[in-house]
Design a protein around this ligand. Structure first.
Ligand code: HGY
Ligand code: MN
Ligand code: MN
Length: 419
């Protein structure tokens, strides 16, 4: 039996959630969201979603890193649940679908099963994970990484934002410092539906992507120390210009990508460049800059990191500055469970939806859960070349419904598995 979701209801939920932390974009009439992890906006979004979970008679529990788990009973509650979910936090210029589609889609799955009075064999858990984006507290997938043992709770609690406000104090302030002990949950399987955040599916005419895995991620924060000096009186030869060094590093990471020496898919971004004192007539004496490297091949990532380390030493000498590097996130490339992928593909076939295997360019909570249980993802195409981390992020109601219908029927299939 193929079930179908209530697409209008899903769209209403996406629209209502999209009102929380809404920001106007530079595009007339297009709004995005800014819901930084554990901000008031993130907390409001969490409270809205918990209300919807309780309306479906799900039992809600919050763990010590603020992850939210909402569970509905199965026919056999001795069996491990099927878990599905994603995140509600966003980047500062976020779209309405990144993370939200996975959370609201999982809620729509439960709503649809309840509409039909269907109780699956296994219990179902919907999850909302804390600080997936990593923009505010400097490391990504924080909630999932703690729940699956990659990051220790105490280390996570200690992380601070640029105002020196800690994760733990924000969990307390927002009321999401839960008492469920982290690391206890081991679902039978984890499925996440997410927007592709890229152009491939839309351009190639596919309805959805069966995600094969996630590429490796390496984040570092650089602190470049030169000396502030007068922009007018300081001869070029006397300068120790941290801003110039940051620019050279940015050019170098682009050259590394274009060189082909680290594979054809390496990507590098200097997303943060904060010169100090930031005055037009002062040579920057200090710059905080971030480097985000992505590579689907672990050896190539290691080579890129090593070569960048060498370059930093060289350029520090040449420019007369010092460069401190702090690794803030590092995850290897991940492959998802092939049997779980096959279930998604077969469900998509049953629903006559065109699909292809696709590697995730972005990091996702599913990458963490893939270490502890069979895990896979469903990608939904996006309009506007699949742009994301941008208010123009948009997937049509039909694209969303296709993805969540596959999520629904995949969960329904997996929930009947005995082992
Ligand atoms: O940065 C990422 O890949 C994800 O959006 N957190
Ligand atoms: Mn996301
Ligand atoms: Mn994102």
């Amino acid at each position: 039996m193929e079930l179908r979701i209530n697409s209008e209801r899903l769209q209403e939920s996406l629209a209502e959630l999209g009102q929380i932390g809404t920001i106007q974009s530079e595009y007339p009439g297009i709004s995005g969201v800014c819901r930084l992890a554990l901000s008031e906006e993130d907390a409001d979004a969490r409270r809205l979603v918990i209300g919807w979970m309780k309306r479906e008679n799900l039992e809600v529990s919050i763990d010590q890193i603020g992850n939210i788990y909402a569970t509905g009973p199965g026919r056999d509650n001795t069996l491990a649940p099927i878990m599905s979910g994603s995140h509600l936090d966003s980047v500062p210029t976020g779209g309405r679908f990144d993370g939200a589609l996975g959370v609201l889609g999982a809620i729509e799955v439960v709503r649809t099963l309840n509409d039909h009075n269907i109780v699956t064999r296994r219990p179902l858990t919907i999850a909302v994970f804390t600080d997936e984006e990593g923009c505010r507290f400097a490391t990504d997938m924080l909630g999932s990484a703690v729940a699956t043992g990659r990051i220790q709770l105490a280390d996570a609690w200690r992380l601070c934002d640029t105002d020196d406000i800690s994760v733990k104090s924000e969990l307390e302030r927002t009321g999401f410092l839960g008492d469920e002990q982290v690391g206890q949950r081991r679902p039978h399987a984890f499925i996440e539906c997410h927007v592709e955040q890229g152009p491939v599916l839309r351009h190639e005419g596919y309805d959805l992507g069966v995600v094969t895995g996630v590429q490796g991620i390496s984040w570092q924060r650089l602190t470049i120390i030169g000396s502030p000096a007068h922009a007018g009186t300081t001869p070029t030869g006397f300068r120790r210009d941290a801003g110039l060094t940051a620019a050279k590093i940015n050019i170098r990471i682009r050259e590394m990508c274009l060189s082909g020496n680290y594979g054809s898919d390496m990507r590098a971004t200097m997303g943060v460049v904060r010169p100090e004192p930031g005055s037009i007539n002062v040579i920057p004496g200090r710059v905080v800059a971030t480097v985000d490297l992505r590579n689907p091949v672990d050896d190539a990532m290691l080579a890129a990191e090593a070569d960048l380390r060498e370059f930093l030493k060289e350029i520090a000498d040449i420019d007369g500055v010092t460069i401190e590097s702090e690794q803030t996130a590092r995850t290897p490339a991940v492959s998802f469970n092939t049997a779980t992928q096959a279930t998604i593909a077969s469900v998509a076939d049953t629903l006559s939806l065109r699909h292809r295997p696709i590697l995730a360019g972005a990091g996702h909570d599913a990458q963490e859960w893939s270490r502890v249980c069979p895990t896979a993802m469903i990608f939904v195409p996006g309009e506007n070349d699949g742009i994301s981390h941008n208010a123009m992020e948009f997937s049509t109601p039909e694209q969303c419904a296709n993805g969540i219908n596959v999520l629904l029927n995949t969960i329904f299939t997996l929930a009947e598995e005995s082992s």
